[in-house]
Ligand binder design. Structure first.
Ligand SMILES: NC(=O)c1ccc[n+]([C@@H]2O[C@H](COP(=O)([O-])OP(=O)(O)OC[C@H]3O[C@@H](n4cnc5c(N)ncnc54)[C@H](OP(=O)(O)O)[C@@H]3O)[C@@H](O)[C@H]2O)c1
Length: 293
């Protein structure tokens, strides 16, 4: 049987790239999208040759029909509980009912299994969904890509071109932080979707660099040596994030409030991927740090 991969979240940044990578490999791709999906994004998918099914994500029968004949469901959905738990559970149930073999949840983060509860709200939701998958009988693969590399262009405390500073916490000036570009993540995900022997999780990184590495890189790539700034201990960072969160209850309904961005930075200094699965598939070319700053 020819592979048919279903992508949910195909109108999003990562989802669209995953579709492109699958189509490049001559794979049949079916995207499930919301009825009121953005016409421009749908046009891009259509041009690529993706089969588009507009449906109601809360309609189990529609989801089951969409999953019929599919070998792998890839979720690149983004959202809070209503998406990561509710919509993904509907999709998981439909995939199981339709006999899909393989499910890739929208994890695309650092390895959240290594993070203590309460330190990263978006990771906690993923953990909760992971429990649901693991209590089902479907084969699943979580892809842990660390942080998307484009963060290095956003003047965050980690690499601030405007202020020419590089932040670190505790004694972690040499701590290697895992970054993967969205393109590399999408290419890897496409291959995982075609891999019927993929393990429960795969860790990747286009590159892993420490704050001290970034100082060297700033000198080579930006023409001046950025200043390394210690921002306090990891314990202080964690405590500050909890205070920020408590002071902003409205942020609970927002995907990336300031405190969640800070929680993500904390995770980057907490989780290191160690052994990577970058070489699992042939033909992938991984981006390097200097292409991303
Ligand atoms: N590791 C990192 O540094 C990092 C950074 C950013 C994102 N991510 C992760 O990467 C994944 C993809 O993120 P992204 O930035 O590509 O997201 P995105 O561009 O915001 O796209 C989100 C997708 O989810 C769909 N969606 C949202 N709510 C939905 C709902 N209730 N029902 C059905 N579909 C819904 C959207 O559909 P519409 O087009 O209809 O709205 C869109 O296709 C997520 O897991 C995200 O957390 C990781």
């Amino acid at each position: 049987m020819e592979n048919l991969i279903l992508v949910a979240g195909a109108t999003g940044n990562l989802g669209q790239k995953i579709c492109r990578e699958l189509i490049k490999r001559n794979v049949n791709v079916r995207a499930i999208v919301r009825e009121n999906g953005n016409a421009e994004n749908l046009g891009v998918l259509e041009k690529m040759g993706v089969e588009i099914l507009k449906l109601d994500f809360s309609n189990q029968q529609q989801l089951i029909s969409a999953c019929t004949g599919v070998s792998c469901v890839v979720s690149a959905l983004a959202g809070l509980r209503d998406v990561i738990i509710d919509v993904q559970t509907e999709l998981l149930d439909a995939a199981i009912a339709a006999g899909v073999q393989h499910f890739i949840p929208s994890d695309f983060s650092s390895d959240f299994t290594a993070m203590p509860e309460g330190e990263n709200r978006n990771f906690d939701l993923r953990k909760e969904f992971m429990e649901k998958i693991d209590s089902s009988r479907i084969m699943a693969t979580s892809i842990f890509n660390g942080c998307f590399a484009d963060i290095l262009r956003y003047n965050t405390p980690l690499f601030n071109v405007r202020d020419q500073t590089i932040a670190y916490f505790g004694d972690k000036a040499d701590w290697k932080i895992d970054f993967t570009t969205m393109d590399d993540t999408a290419a890897f995900t496409a291959l995982v979707a075609l891999d019927d022997k993929a393990p429960r999780s795969l860790k990747i990184a286009s590159f892993s660099v420490s704050p001290n590495d970034l100082v060297q890189i700033s000198e080579q790539s930006k023409g001046s040596r950025f200043k390394l700034v210690k921002m306090g201990t990891m314990e202080e960072f964690s405590a500050t994030n909890k205070l920020l969160r408590a002071a902003d209850p409205a942020g609970e309904n927002t995907l990336y409030p300031k405190w969640q961005q800070a929680q993500y930075l904390y995770s980057m200094f907490f989780v290191h991927h160690g052994t990577l699965a970058n070489d699992r598939y042939e033909g992938l070319q991984w981006s390097v740090v200097t292409e991303n700053i």
